[in-house]
Design a binder for this molecule. Structure first.
Ligand code: ATP
Ligand code: MG
Length: 365
């Protein structure tokens, strides 16, 4: 049962590279917000070497064998970044940590905000704050990424490959239910479904069919659907029209990079890997990776990490605290000035300085 009424326990896993630098800023900001709004929460920071490539080189694995039983006892995982490709190939570091969490904890929703923020240049012309503000909900466990198929007659003229898309009724319905409820909770109550039933003739019509069936239970939600090609065009041409957008694993993957890119915020954007049942912990992380090119320099932008924490607070229903963190991020971006803003956004500030600035805003705004 996820409820802010009971004490929340968060496993803090900074991981590799700039994960180690942005995480302390994220945790400090979360603690400040929770203190201000009397949220009973504990951040367990004893997982410092989990999901690190250094651990892999020393112990031969990214995580200890009992990781699942240990992390199952937490309400959420606050995750930095993983990967150090000079030392360990990405498929080992990623598959040995983050992908394990997603799979074993059945985090079947991937959730990303697409929102214009002050101080960040929007690559689309003539957009003002408020024009772009929507969520992308991606199915995170099956669909086009199911790894079912094979190759026959390799190396010959008869060579062929097959890869299947798996859509289960349970899998499709649970992501749609989440998306409908998210839409229902928002003022516009508008859900857009990504499809391609004119080209993909079995699985996508099935997706459409389940959207239609689910819509009957949400009479107050306005529903529309677009083929993925024109939907991508509309993300760029008419982003104002969206509120909640739901897609299969592949379409959701595309849209959840395109959406934040349209707001210019891909470098500061957060992401939730969510198991809404609460049976297992959900995971909140910045979209960016471990950034080996700038790791150790103290210049990483901590906003992706802090915004990920903000999503975590929202997930737990701690709305006041979440709103305050968002307000602090926006204030820092809009009015912090070049001394505070980090280099990736054109300023001269550093990770600690920007983190501290946002923390003080959380305490005082
Ligand atoms: P992933 O590990 O998710 O596949 P990646 O390895 O492709 O991601 P990142 O690690 O996100 O990419 O880095 C991409 C570029 O963005 C790098 O040049 C990096 O320095 C920069 N970058 C990433 N995150 C930040 C940040 N928080 N602050 C400043 N620059 C960043
Ligand atoms: Mg990487």
């Amino acid at each position: 049962d996820i409820s802010p009424k009971k004490k929340l326990r968060i496993a803090v896993i900074p991981g590799d590279g700039i994960g180690q630098e942005v995480m302390p800023e994220g945790v400090a900001c979360m603690k400040a917000a929770c203190k201000r709004f009397n949220i009973d929460i504990e951040f367990d920071e004893s997982f410092n070497d989990w999901a690190t490539c250094d651990r892999y080189l020393k112990e031969g694995s990214m995580l200890p064998d009992n990781w699942k039983s240990v992390l199952s006892q937490y309400d959420a995982i606050y995750f930095g970044a993983v990967g150090d490709p000079e030392k360990v190939p990405d498929h080992i570091s990623l598959w040995g940590s983050l992908i394990q969490f997603r799979r074993e904890f059945d985090q079947y929703i991937s959730l990303r905000p697409c929102r214009l923020l002050p101080g960040i240049e929007c690559p689309l012309a003539n957009k003002k704050i408020g024009d772009i503000d929507f969520w992308v909900v991606r199915e995170n466990t099956e669909g086009e990424y199911s790894s079912v198929g094979g190759k026959m007659f390799p190396g010959t003229d008869r060579e062929f490959v097959i890869q299947d898309t798996i859509m289960t009724r349970t899998g499709v319905d649970r992501v749609l239910k989440y998306a409908f409820e998210l839409a229902q909770s928002r003022p516009k109550k508008h859900l857009t479904s990504a499809t391609k039933s004119n080209g993909i003739s079995i699985s996508m019509p099935y997706w459409d069919e389940r959207v239609k069936a689910m819509a009957e239970g949400y009479g107050d939600v306005k529903v529309d659907k677009f083929h993925i090609d024109i939907l991508c065009a509309f993300f760029v041409l008419r982003p104002e029209m969206f509120d909640v957008v739901v897609g299969s694993n592949l379409f959701g993957d595309i849209l959840s990079d395109l959406g934040p890119a349209c707001t210019g915020s891909i470098g500061v954007a957060p992401s939730g890997n969510i198991n809404p049942t609460g049976l297992f912990p959900s995971l909140f992380e910045p979209v960016h990776g471990s950034a080996p090119d700038i790791a150790g320099k103290g210049i990483a932008n901590p906003i992706g990490m802090i915004w990920a924490g903000q999503m975590m607070l929202e997930h737990f229903g701690c709305k006041d605290a979440a709103d305050k963190v968002m307000q602090a991020i926006e204030e820092a971006l809009g009015k912090g000035g070049p001394e505070v803003i980090t280099r990736d956004l054109g300023g001269k500030g550093d990770c600690k300085g920007l983190g501290k600035h946002i923390l003080e805003l959380i305490e005082t705004l």
